[in-house]
Design a protein around this ligand. Structure first.
Ligand SMILES: Cc1cc2nc3c(=O)[nH]c(=O)nc-3n(C[C@H](O)[C@H](O)[C@H](O)COP(=O)(O)OP(=O)(O)OC[C@H]3O[C@@H](n4cnc5c(N)ncnc54)[C@H](O)[C@@H]3O)c2cc1C
Length: 425
């Protein structure tokens, strides 16, 4: 029986492991092994809601071991340190993690799928990696939330203004700014920290380009900027960051933006591990793959999602988005389940169904693109917000099926009725 190892149980990797487990694993046609450094899966597009305190990751996170049992695949927790392509093995951290003195573990594979995601790209801006926080993982989002809540306590007790600077006016930066503003209001309503959000919390979004959300139509960008300003958020477009210190973000014009808390959301690159595999990479370390999502120089290695560079001859490079990771996972599930005599191999085709950006509760902006016509329509307000919520439900449907998603939606609704809208400490 061949062994298919998938490294990374994120938006794409977990959907792939689930599908392959349900098909090849259940029929004992292959052993499916999922490896992730974390014990649980958290859907990354929701990380800004963890950072703002709206979402408790312990409630939302899905335990890999339980999911593996339900879907006929094996789960091994550990961080992949290297890949020996000649011997077809991967090496993992010892059982207790990086700081354990124990022996590293080795797993053999017949086929290896890398679904490692991406990490923050600081573009070598001096001080950024040292002083800015990121939203790469649940741990990062929790670290940001703790600093934000501490800042709110300080503001309430000592009347010190908290200055939050978000570098990057793309989807992550805009969504986080809107959620933070909302959380500050909710904290004040609960009178937790004697906080006056308008006076005590100052949020600034700095964007290098002329508009926020550069991937959307300028009218949508304008709508998002107006909405943020209506929440009291300062929007600085056409502003590039020169360096970051422990209490300020300095732009290239020399202006200092006071920052008690800096979050860097200005771009991504593939993790460093990708650079150590001897595979062909692009300028942001993504593994170059062909239309079968196979690495250019190793037919046993596949890559998907944010760590892969797939360039469609017609539509260009697939962006680092959850919908790309999802489509690539579904494609690979089909491809890897095929028998050798199943005819010619299909090629991956990316369909851009649009993009939605949340602007806080019950409002969002974005564009929807028809699958057949390719025509785009702009959406906004409550309709866009509902569609945005459905993106996560779609991911859950892939993992759990309709019945369990319906039960979970009901449980979430009840929880929202009885709990405060934001974590209070
Ligand atoms: C705040 C935020 C908001 C976003 N909003 C949107 C949105 O609205 N719409 C959208 O389409 N996209 C959005 N994205 C992008 C989207 O989250 C990613 O494109 C998507 O998660 C990529 O999926 P993936 O499977 O490639 O990787 P990920 O989901 O990042 O998963 C990677 C997995 O690999 C594991 N891993 C990494 N390295 C190792 C290693 N060495 N050993 C073991 N395990 C490892 C990690 O623990 C993780 O579980 C957002 C991202 C962020 C951060």
């Amino acid at each position: 029986m061949e062994t298919i190892v998938i490294v990374g149980g994120g938006a794409g990797g977990l959907e792939l492991a689930t599908r392959l487990g349900d098909t090849l694993g259940a029929a004992k046609r292959a052993r499916i092994v999922l490896v992730d450094r974390s014990p649980g899966h958290f859907w990354k597009p929701l990380l800004h809601t963890v950072a703002s305190g709206k979402c408790d990751p312990q409630v939302t996170e899905l335990a890999f071991t339980a999911h593996a049992l339900d879907h006929d695949f094996d789960f091994i927790q550990g961080e992949v340190l290297c890949v020996d392509r000649a011997h077809q093995t991967i090496t993992l951290t010892p059982r207790g993690g990086r700081h354990d003195d124990g022996v590293c573990r080795t797993i053999g594979y017949d086929k290896l799928v890398l679904a490692l995601g991406a990490v923050t790209n600081f573009y070598n801006v001096p001080g950024a990696a040292r002083h800015a926080l990121t939203l790469d993982s649940v741990a990062d989002a929790e670290a940001f939330r703790r600093r934000f809540v501490d800042g709110c306590i300080g503001a309430g007790e000592r009347k010190e203004q908290v200055n939050v600077v978000i570098v990057g006016g793309g989807a992550t930066g805009v969504e986080l700014a809107a959620e933070l503003s909302n959380s500050a209001r909710a904290l004040a309503e609960y009178r937790v920290h004697a906080l006056d959000p308008e006076r005590d919390i100052r949020i600034t979004v700095i964007e290098r380009g002329d508009h926020l959300l550069p991937h959307l139509h300028p009218l949508q960008s304008q709508r998002a900027a107006n909405h943020l300003r209506s929440l009291g958020i300062a929007v600085r477009t056409a502003t590039a960051v020169a360096h970051v210190t422990d209490n300020a973000v300095i732009d290239t014009a020399g202006a200092a933006h006071r920052a008690d808390l800096t979050l860097w959301a200005a771009g991504v690159e593939a993790p460093e591990l990708c650079a150590n595999l001897g595979l062909t990479l692009n300028h942001i370390r993504q593994i170059v793959v062909d239309s079968s999502l196979r690495a250019a120089c190793d037919s046993r290695i596949y890559a998907l999602g944010d760590c892969a560079s797939y360039v469609c001859p017609v539509k260009g490079a697939a962006p680092p988005r959850a919908q790309v990771a999802h489509q690539q996972a579904m494609f690979l599930a089909e491809l890897l389940s095929r028998r050798d005599d199943d005819g010619p191999r299909p090629g991956f085709r990316y369909h851009d169904y649009g993009s939605l950006v949340s602007l806080g509760p019950q409002t969002a902006v974005g564009v929807l693109t028809g699958a057949i016509t390719g025509k785009s329509i702009r959406v906004g307000g409550a309709t866009a917000s509902l569609l945005y919520e459905l993106m996560y439900q779609k991911h859950l449907l892939q993992l759990h099926g309709a019945l369990r998603v319906a039960a979970q939606t009901l449980a979430d609704w009840l929880r929202a009725k009885i709990l405060p809208p934001v974590r209070l400490h």
